[in-house]
Ligand binder design. Structure first.
Ligand SMILES: [Zn+2]
Ligand SMILES: [Zn+2]
Length: 178
C-alpha cells in the first residue's frame, strides 16, 4: 500500500492528503491468520516536518473472528488511528544513539512510503483481547456440544462429571472441525 512522497519530501511544510484502498485477504497476527471480509481503506495526510514525514490517518476494515465460547465465526468492524514518523536511511543514521525517535521512526526508501506495516500493527492492537460473538454468549454444552445460543439441550441442569465435560468438549470440537 504505497503513498507517493516524491513531491512531498522536497520541502519542509509540504503536506499531502491520501486515500488508499486495497484488498488484504487476511491479517497475520502472530500465528493467527484473521480473514478480512472488506477491503482495507486508509485515509489521512502526511506532513514534511523537516527531518521526518509525519503521517496521521485512519484505517478501516472488517475482520472475521471465531468466538472463544461457541466457536462460531463473527465479524467486527475495525476503525483505528494511525500515526507514524518516516525518515530516510540517511536521516536515521544521523540521529543520536540516545534519540528516542530511533525507536519510533520507520525508514523509507525512494519516492514512496509503504503504509501497510503501520496499518497492520494498528489493526492488531485494536483486536479485542477476548473474542466473543456477544457478551452474553452461552457457549457450548460441555457434555453434548450443543450450541446453547440456539437452544437448551437435555443435559442442562444435570450434574456434569468433569472428566465427561472434557470429553464432551473434545467431541464437539471434532464434530465441528470434521
Ligand atoms: Zn459465541
Ligand atoms: Zn448438552
Amino acid at each position: 500500500m504505497l503513498v507517493e512522497v516524491g513531491e512531498l519530501k522536497l520541502k519542509r511544510g509540504n503536506r499531502l492528503e491520501f486515500d488508499r484502498q486495497e484488498t488484504w485477504p487476511q491479517l497475520d497476527a502472530g500465528a493467527e491468520r484473521i480473514p478480512l471480509t472488506e477491503p482495507v481503506r486508509v485515509t489521512g495526510d502526511i506532513t514534511n516536518t523537516g527531518k521526518f514525514l509525519h503521517l496521521r490517518g485512519k484505517a478501516y476494515t472488517t475482520a472475521r473472528l471465531r468466538c472463544c465460547r461457541c466457536l462460531e465465526p463473527y465479524t467486527v468492524s475495525l476503525e483505528v488511528s494511525v500515526e507514524e514518523q518516516y525518515c530516510t536511511q540517511g536521516v536515521f543514521a544521523s540521529l543520536a544513539e540516545d534519540d528516542e525517535a530511533r525507536d519510533e521512526v520507520r525508514v523509507y526508501e525512494g519516492d514512496s512510503i509503504d503504509v501497510a506495516p503501520a496499518v497492520r500493527e494498528a489493526f492488531i492492537l485494536a483486536l479485542p483481547m477476548k473474542w466473543l460473538c456477544r457478551e452474553e454468549c452461552q457457549g457450548l454444552c460441555p457434555v453434548c456440544g450443543q450450541n446453547l445460543n440456539e437452544g437448551d439441550c437435555h443435559c442442562r441442569g444435570e450434574e456434569v462429571d468433569p472428566r465427561m465435560a472434557v470429553l464432551g468438549e473434545l467431541l464437539s470440537w471434532v464434530r465441528r472441525e470434521g
